[in-house]
Design a protein around this ligand. Structure first.
Ligand code: FEO
Length: 397
């Protein structure tokens, strides 16, 4: 079931660059947190120079046999260097396997990555060659140049650029959790949405770092981008322009309503809000968080202008599932401009205070939260209409 790719990169085959991807079709959760509706892949790449051979990243430690088969499917039987762009285990976990298989191979990485790898893997300090930012490594007729790119998404992350062929190996950066038998992206909406989900869940908290490293990548003008998750981009502009839009300060005039309803009051509130926004010709997306995966929310908050939470009160606070939604939203730090909240309660509520505390990282403006006792009544619908008017007005000023 797990497809192992060990192929040349099509039209660059003659340039001796191979994709060794282990495709994980059935994985549905990453970090025991992030939903993977499309599975994922752990890609590594082999670059064969006239004198030396470099393997860029490895694969997830859960797939040693698949990765070994990938290596054995290559026409080249030696590896001199393993480039570690990132210490997280899904790319570094099989470095020990590679060092055992190819005696004398060295791990090439930066000092910070070396430090993290030594803490997590059975490696020795003499296994490493440490490089600095901008340093090159010659493979003979091919040159690798390393660009430090901290915080996409760990502090040690770096990008590797194959200078002569203008091919970028950015590891996690610009990737997607998307299992496919194809090596190359078809630039479809499916890939776009998978890449947006990936950006939202993994890169968005580091938006200012992403902006900076994106500019570096643009400056390199790569002809191919080979990430360590998902397909290779033959058309780099597809992913670079998407990222430029996501990391910009611009938002889309769209109201996202994550909600939970226990006994129908919040459902009635959300129905009214949705209809009111529709009547005002404002795009609105209700998301029932008791059935939606958090990735759906993450995708939509990348560029939505407004987040309006709707939740019942439970034990004075938000429904725990909604509190969880708020805590994760806070961690993802979207560029949302306006926040609001409508809560229903039976006999007492501190939901507004709890929500403001849970969403403290966001720089958005709070717009008149509403608390409603029991099922909404005429005065509550009027208050919601005023809230909708106010939110719409803010989009026109
Ligand atoms: Fe794909 Fe941060 O590891």
């Amino acid at each position: 079931r797990d497809l192992v790719r060990s192929r040349g990169l099509g039209d660059v085959y003659k340039r001796q660059i191979y994709n060794i991807g282990v495709i994980d079709w059935s994985r549905r959760l990453f970090d025991e947190l992030i939903p993977l509706p499309d599975g994922t892949s752990y890609n590594a790449y082999l670059v064969v120079g006239s004198e030396k051979t470099a393997l860029i990243d490895t694969s997830d430690p859960s797939k040693p046999e698949e990765f070994r088969r990938g290596l054995e499917g290559l026409p080249v039987k030696k590896v001199d260097y393993v480039i570690a762009n990132h210490a997280e285990q899904d790319h570094s976990g099989l470095i020990p396997l590679v060092l055992t298989k190819y005696t004398g191979a060295k791990v090439v990485t930066n000092e910070k990555c070396k430090e993290i790898l030594l803490e997590h893997l059975p490696l020795k300090t003499e296994d490493f060659i440490v490089v600095s930012d901008g340093q090159t490594l010659s493979l003979g007729n091919k040159t690798l140049r390393f660009f430090f790119a901290p915080w996409v998404h760990w502090p040690e992350t770096m990008l590797t650029f194959l200078v002569e062929d203008r091919i970028l190996f950015p590891c996690d950066f610009l990737g997607s959790h998307y299992a496919t038998s194809e090596v190359y992206s078809d630039d479809s909406q499916r890939i776009y949405r998978a890449a947006k989900r990936y950006y939202a869940e993994i890169m968005m908290p580091f938006r200012s770092f992403v902006q900076k490293h994106l500019a570096t990548v643009r400056g390199l003008d790569p002809v191919l981008i080979c990430p360590s998750h998902g397909p290779v981009y033959k058309n780099p502009n597809f992913i670079l322009s998407a990222y430029e839009s996501w990391v910009s300060d611009d938002v889309e005039p769209r109201v996202l309503i994550p909600y939970i309803s226990m006994h129908g009051s919040t459902e009635a509130i959300v129905d009214h809000l949705v209809n009111a926004f529709v009547q005002k010709k404002m795009e609105v997306i209700p998301l029932n968080m008791s059935v939606s995966d958090l990735g759906e929310l993450a995708i939509d908050i990348v560029d939505a202008s407004t987040l309006l939470f709707a939740t019942p009160t439970m034990l004075l606070g938000p429904h725990p599932q909604m509190l969880y939604t708020m805590v994760l939203t806070n961690a993802l730090k979207p560029k949302t401009k306006y926040l609001s909240l409508v809560t229903s309660y039976g006999w007492g509520t501190k939901v507004v205070e709890a929500a403001k505390g849970a969403l403290g990282n966001l720089k958005a403006e709070w717009v008149d939260p509403i608390t409603i006792k029991g099922f909404p009544k005429a005065k509550d619908y009027e208050a919601m209409d005023r809230l909708v008017d106010l939110i719409v007005k803010k989009h026109h000023t």
